[in-house]
Design a protein around this ligand. Structure first.
Ligand code: ADP
Ligand code: MG
Length: 246
């Protein structure tokens, strides 16, 4: 059995009257690609926000490699190796591709990390996502798909042990999605990947296990075959998969 890299116990977040995340016990094994699926408003983004430290829990704990990180700031978690790319594109449009990636690289290694180390991290991340020839372009002029890839490169420049991707294929073309699937497989050779994803083709192509969330709770968890065959999942979620607004 592989090492548990991440574990939450009773993790909860209330927004006014609403339990957006409700007492979630969750474990992730080192090296796996885990997909989190579930309808809009199920609490997926809040849950990964709690893991990344961008949202404070109402109660419960988060442990990374056996260490309680519940009270650590998001930047401190980044330095431990937890990287999070946002659902909403989060690049600096006025800066170049290289500068955007360098900011991420520096936030892991400290502002005074050796310049050569930062430059090498930028080059490596850009090459992995296929943006090597765009390094000096202003990020704002990139196509939407390339901006999403830039975000992934920024996540990679953090040199993560756990990479959290929140709906990374949203708005990508079919060709870009194929490239993304290949990219995540490559990333998973060195990192654990936690992927919130609506596109079930992408989920089925990538995930070793799938966690289904509904109303802040885990409704089901299992292999793609188990989840596909789960009647509760079919009722609650898969039946509504054709809803394009999902
Ligand atoms: P998902 O990512 O699965 O679509 P979210 O985690 O974004 O779900 O949201 C879960 C629930 O929490 C939703 O009902 C949403 O409206 C609510 N919510 C999320 N963020 C906030 C916030 N900052 N303030 C109040 N309610 C929020
Ligand atoms: Mg979301």
């Amino acid at each position: 059995m592989a090492e548990v890299i991440l574990e939450t116990k009773g993790l909860s977040r209330r927004f006014e009257g609403l339990m957006a995340v409700d007492a979630v016990d969750f474990r992730l094994e080192q090296g796996e690609i885990r997909a989190i699926i579930g309808p809009n408003g199920a609490g997926k983004s809040t849950f990964v926000g709690l893991i990344a430290g961008r949202i404070a829990p109402t109660s419960g704990t988060v442990a990374f490699r056996g260490r309680d990180i519940t009270r650590l700031s998001a930047p401190a978690r980044v330095r431990l190796g937890i990287a999070y790319t946002f659902q909403i594109t989060n690049i600096y449009a006025e800066m170049t591709v290289a500068e955007n990636i360098a900011i991420a690289a520096q936030s892991r290694r400290g502002l005074f990390g050796p310049e050569a180390v930062i430059r090498e991290a930028v080059a490596r991340a850009a090459q992995t996502v296929g943006l090597s020839d765009r390094l000096s372009d202003t990020a704002g002029v990139l196509s939407y798909g390339h901006q999403r890839l830039l975000e992934v490169a920024m996540g990679l420049a953090l040199d993560p042990e756990l990479l959290i991707l929140d709906e990374p294929t949203q708005g990508l073309s079919d060709g870009e999605i194929d490239g993304f699937v290949t990219l995540v497989r490559h990333l998973a050779e060195t990192a654990t990947v936690l992927l919130i994803e609506h596109n079930m083709d992408v989920v089925m192509a990538l995930a070793r296990r799938i966690t289904v969330m509904e109303r802040g709770r885990i409704l089901a968890e299992g292999t793609p075959a188990e989840i596909t065959a789960n009647p509760a999942v079919q009722d609650a979620y898969l039946g509504g998969m054709s809803d394009p607004s999902g």
